[in-house]
Design a binder for this molecule. Structure first.
Ligand code: GTP
Length: 315
């Protein structure tokens, strides 16, 4: 039995997405015609054995989120719940705080996905890789290749080319470390909580010895957990050549839309408008909404359909 946790952050996160995220919370911002996290949910729901999806963040529960959860549960026929952190606990603190909820029902493993990425989500492949390795206690992260300059903006992974063990992990290094970067998509087994627990204990001891205001529960997977696990035989990387991109800014949301629209031609052709005799010529893909009118060069007005529709670039 499997579960998935999607880290959606909260109102103070995703500042580079402003002002777009003032109207719609960033995880619900439409990318390729559907809320950003719907792509994650769809990918998780397709994994055989997936029993529950947990959205985790520090947004106050609100109507748009509740409405989205209800409709996604109906569409993907899987229980989906929102777990609210009492404060921003970091990418590892929330899953540690809610570990009983994650472990209830006895999942053998669970995925953790950053909400602000767009990806092919090769979740099955990650599972198969992990099962083939036959090690029930190690953690797995999805990695991809970036160029030497871009890599500095991400978590960088040095791995053993044969075993795929992560030997060294540095978050946003100041000098070049590796071209393999962390995609923010992980497969954990319950044993990850021992490692996060070690960080928690250490934080508590350090806080006892100082007048620090930080909470011991604030834990970052990347800097606190992966850095420590690297080189200990407990962290592996599955490298993908599939598409992947971060969604940090409005511009990157447009790029992500393009990537998903390309994917739709394979897995959701029904979501794309088709060329029809006498109709507009579709040159490239773009998402329209009912509010958008598109004029052809001959000034023929073409209005989009009644529903927001991943349609087309019209000429
Ligand atoms: P920045 O460049 O600072 O944005 O860092 P980053 O690109 O490494 O992203 P970050 O680690 O801040 O966030 C990764 C994902 O985790 C995003 O989807 C965030 O919304 C989410 N996230 C970040 N902090 C928290 C947190 O405290 N709690 C929860 N539940 N999610 C978080």
């Amino acid at each position: 039995m499997l579960k998935a946790v999607i880290l959606i952050g909260g109102p103070q996160k995703g500042t580079r997405f402003r002002p777009l995220s003032f109207e719609v919370p960033k995880p619900l911002f439409p990318v390729a015609g559907v809320p950003m996290v719907q792509h994650h949910i769809e990918a998780c729901a397709k994994v055989p054995g997936m029993k529950e999806i947990l959205l985790m963040g520090f947004y106050q529960p609100h109507e748009a989120l509740s409405r989205f959860l209800v409709s996604a549960q109906q569409e993907f026929r899987i229980p989906i719940r929102y777990l609210q952190e009492y404060a921003a606990l970091g990418t590892g603190g929330g899953i540690y705080h809610f570990r009983d909820q994650i472990l209830s029902g006895g999942p053998e493993a669970f995925f953790v996905l950053n909400a602000d990425v767009c990806s092919e989500f090769p979740l099955r492949e990650m599972l198969e890789f992990q099962r083939r390795r036959g090690d029930a206690h190690s953690a797995l992260m999805l990695g991809t290749t970036a160029n030497r300059t871009q890599a500095l903006n991400y978590g960088c992974i040095v791995a053993n080319a044969d075993t795929h063990e992560v030997l060294h992990y540095v978050e946003k290094p100041s000098t070049f470390v590796s071209e393999i970067i962390n995609c923010g998509i992980y497969l954990f087994t319950p044993s990850i909580f021992q490692h996060i627990g070690d960080v928690f204990q250490r934080n508590q001891q350090e806080l006892e010895n100082s007048n620090g205001w930080q909470r011991a529960e604030v834990i970052r997977l990347e800097q606190d957990v992966f850095t420590a696990l690297a080189g200990s035989g407990k962290l592996y990387v599955y490298k993908t050549d599939g598409f992947w991109s971060q969604i940090k800014s409005a511009g990157s949301a447009i790029y992500a839309s393009r990537l998903y629209l390309n994917q739709y031609s394979q897995c959701h052709p029904e979501r794309l408008a088709q060329n029809k005799p006498g109709g507009p010529i579709i040159r490239a893909r773009v998402v329209t909404s009912p509010l958008i009118c598109i004029f052809s060069s001959s000034a023929r007005a073409l209005c989009s359909a009644a529903h927001p529709h991943p349609a087309s670039h019209l000429s």
